[in-house]
Design a protein around this ligand. Structure first.
Ligand SMILES: Cc1cc2nc3c(=O)[nH]c(=O)nc-3n(C[C@H](O)[C@H](O)[C@H](O)COP(=O)(O)O)c2cc1C
Length: 201
C-alpha cells in the first residue's frame, strides 16, 4: 500500500504541482512562480537562470522569453531543459526535467497581450543576452519602439513561450532531522504512463 498521503496525495503530478503553487502563492513574499531554469550549452556546460512559470497545463509547464536569448539558443540546440522551484516558507521543492517545444501561437499572443504596455514595449526593445552599451541606449530603444509601435504592439516574432513536457517530476518536502519525503514521477517519453517511486532523502 502506498504511503503517499497528505500533500503528496493524488496520482496526477500536474494537479499536485498546481496545488503546491497555490499554497506558495499564499505563503511566499514574492514570485512564488519563479523557477531556476537549467539548460546546457554545446560543450555540455550547464547554465541556469530564473524565469517565471506562467502556466501549469494538463501535461506541461510554460514560460516566456526572448527567442534570441542565450537560454533559447541552448534550448533549441538540446531540445531539453530542467527547472527547480524552491518555496522557502513551505520548505518544499519541485524538480522537472523534460523536452521543450515553442509556444508561439495564439496562446503566446494572449499572454503577451495580458502584460502591461511597458512590459510589451520592453520585450520589443530588449535584445536579450546581447551586449548593451549603456542603460541610456536601452531607454532610447524603448522610446523609439514606443513611437513606432503605439499603444497596442503586436507580440514580437522573437518573443514567446516554451513548453516543457516532463519525463521526470520530483516533489520534495522537508522532514524532521533531514529525513525528507521525496516522490518522483518518471516516464520514458512524454507520451508514456508514469511510474511513481519514493526516493531516499
Ligand atoms: C525572479 C526572476 C524572474 C525572471 N523571469 C524571467 C522570465 O520570465 N523570462 C525571461 O526571459 N527572463 C526572466 N528573468 C531574467 C532571467 O533570469 C535572465 O537574466 C534572462 O532571461 C537572460 O537569460 P539568458 O541570457 O540565459 O537567456 C527573471 C529573473 C528573475 C530574477
Amino acid at each position: 500500500m502506498s504511503d503517499r498521503t497528505g500533500i503528496f496525495a493524488g496520482d496526477d503530478p500536474f494537479v499536485i504541482a498546481r496545488r503546491w503553487l497555490a499554497e506558495a502563492e499564499d505563503s511566499e513574499i514574492n514570485d512564488p512562480n519563479a523557477i531556476a531554469l537549467s539548460t546546457v550549452d554545446t560543450d555540455g556546460l550547464p547554465n541556469v537562470r530564473m524565469v517565471l512559470l506562467k502556466e501549469i497545463e494538463d501535461d506541461a509547464f510554460v514560460f516566456y522569453t526572448n527567442y534570441g536569448s542565450t537560454k533559447a539558443q541552448e534550448i533549441e540546440t538540446a531540445g531539453k531543459a530542467a527547472f527547480v522551484m524552491h518555496w522557502k516558507s513551505l520548505r518544499r521543492q519541485l524538480r522537472v526535467r523534460g523536452t521543450v517545444t515553442r509556444e508561439d501561437g495564439p496562446q503566446a499572443d494572449d499572454y503577451y497581450a495580458s502584460r502591461s504596455l511597458k512590459s510589451r514595449l520592453g520585450a520589443w526593445a530588449s535584445h536579450q543576452s546581447q551586449p548593451l552599451a549603456s542603460r541610456a541606449t536601452l531607454m532610447a530603444e524603448v522610446a523609439k519602439i514606443t513611437a513606432t509601435h503605439g499603444p497596442s504592439p503586436k507580440r514580437p516574432p522573437f518573443w514567446g513561450g516554451y513548453r516543457i513536457s516532463p519525463v521526470e517530476i520530483e516533489f520534495w518536502a522537508d522532514g524532521a532531522f533531514r529525513l525528507h519525503d521525496r516522490f518522483v514521477w518518471r516516464r520514458v517519453t512524454p507520451r508514456d504512463g508514469w511510474y511513481i517511486t519514493r526516493l531516499s532523502p
